[in-house]
Design a protein around this ligand. Structure first.
Ligand SMILES: C[S@@+](CC[C@H](N)C(=O)[O-])C[C@H]1O[C@@H](n2cnc3c(N)ncnc32)[C@H](O)[C@@H]1O
Ligand code: SF4
Ligand code: SF4
Length: 347
């Protein structure tokens, strides 16, 4: 076989492979472009909350949104437009080189299975690591709104499917009057893939109900062992309240006979809360409250500034945290910044 014939055979098999892929609807895209959206705290409806290097990330669906009922046709026309860009091989600029992009077979249907609420601003804590925009700025520049009616309509018209991942972030979800109502809608409609991130300061009846019905995973950042350190990180005196609420939530988990539905998180803030003593007391408290799930994270703003430093001591403490969780038989989640820290120590 000469060179020309061999090239022809290769070209043909590439063509056949391409045709096969196209008929199977295989292309590079991301779960959120295909079936997700989020609401942010600057009246934006966006595809995701991922900040993607210099490209920005977070492609826009609508701007100036203030809680109106979402027109199903208009909404999915914009979603389809994003999808078509992915199919054509030229993603929206914001998504260029995003690590969330993957090649796989996608379906062409119009539905949402991933929704993030981040349109709230107020918080009852003042964590020293929190990068959220200040309430004052947001209140001056944007309009707060109630999203529940629009969500009820999306459930009713089939835009939002029951297996969807529903993620409550913030500000602090539990301080909003809308929170109990909105969570109750999802509970009533039988959603069971719900995630709530909370400071844990304000007790929520709906969270307890969701735990009893096995419909929720709850994450509370404790970030300390002692009361003194908790105050230093949170800048409010809430240690006793938070633990009293954790005990109530833990009781609900036990009543449901379920596991790993309450996650207590430790965000490492270097030079503040990363001491063996604090970690030891944290684990003691976790066990005492009958909680079986912990998470390790790292202040992402610190990481951005210090990722090229010698972080040997910090890595040692992160490994100590991991050992403790294993020793105590706890489920462990490691958030990306802590994972990158650990990976930076592997030569
Ligand atoms: C912005 S908060 C909103 C929800 C709620 N107020 C809370 O604290 O869980 C969502 C999550 O982001 C985490 N977070 C905030 N700032 C962070 C930072 N600089 N580095 C790592 N995680 C951070 C918090 O620990 C929390 O689990
Ligand atoms: S590819 Fe990245 S930036 Fe684009 S929508 Fe997906 S997660 Fe967001
Ligand atoms: S509780 Fe959440 S939103 Fe409030 S300051 Fe802490 S991390 Fe930020």
């Amino acid at each position: 076989m000469d060179e020309t014939e061999s090239k022809q055979i290769n070209d043909n098999s590439d063509m056949i492979e391409n045709e096969k892929q196209q008929s199977k609807n295989v292309y590079v895209s991301c779960e959120l472009i295909e079936h997700g959206f989020m609401v942010d705290n600057s009246n934006g409806v966006r595809v995701c909350s991922i900040i993607n290097k210099e490209y920005g990330g977070r492609p826009v669906i609508f701007e100036n949104y203030t809680g109106e009922i979402i027109d199903k046709e208009k909404f999915f026309a914009i979603k389809r437009n994003h999808r078509e860009k992915m199919k054509s091989g030229i993603p929206p600029f914001e998504c260029t080189d995003c690590p969330m992009l993957i090649e796989k077979e996608w379906d062409d249907n119009d539905y949402i299975d991933n929704l993030l609420f981040a349109h709230w601003v107020d918080c009852n804590s003042r964590c020293i690591y929190c990068g959220a925009t200040t309430e004052e700025f947001v209140r001056e520049n944007y309009k707060y709104y109630d999203f529940t009616p629009a969500i009820e309509e999306m459930i009713k018209n089939g835009s939002l499917i029951k297996s969807a991942k529903i993620d409550f972030a913030g500000g602090e979800p539990t301080v909003y009057p809308e929170f109990e109502r909105l969570l109750s809608v999802f509970l009533r409609e039988g959603f069971s893939n719900i995630y709530v991130n909370t400071s844990g300061i304000k007790y929520s009846q709906s969270i307890t109900r969701a735990l009893k019905n096995n419909q929720i995973t709850l994450t509370i950042s404790i970030d300390a062992g002692t009361k003194k350190m908790h105050k230093k990180v949170k800048c409010v005196s809430s240690f006793d309240k938070v633990w009293a609420n954790i005990y109530k939530y833990s009781k609900a988990q036990q009543e449901a006979n379920s596991k790993e539905k309450i996650c207590l998180k430790y965000v490492f803030v270097p030079k503040v809360n990363v001491q063996k003593r604090e970690i030891d007391i944290f684990f003691k408290n976790v066990i005492k409250a009958n909680v079986d799930y912990v998470a390790l994270s790292l202040d992402m703003l610190w990481w951005e500034k210090h990722k090229y430093d010698n972080n040997e001591k910090l890595i040692k403490m992160a490994n100590y945290f991991i050992e403790q969780s294993k020793e105590k038989n706890l489920k462990l989640t490691i958030y990306p910044w802590a994972r990158w820290l650990l990976e930076s120590g592997i030569s």
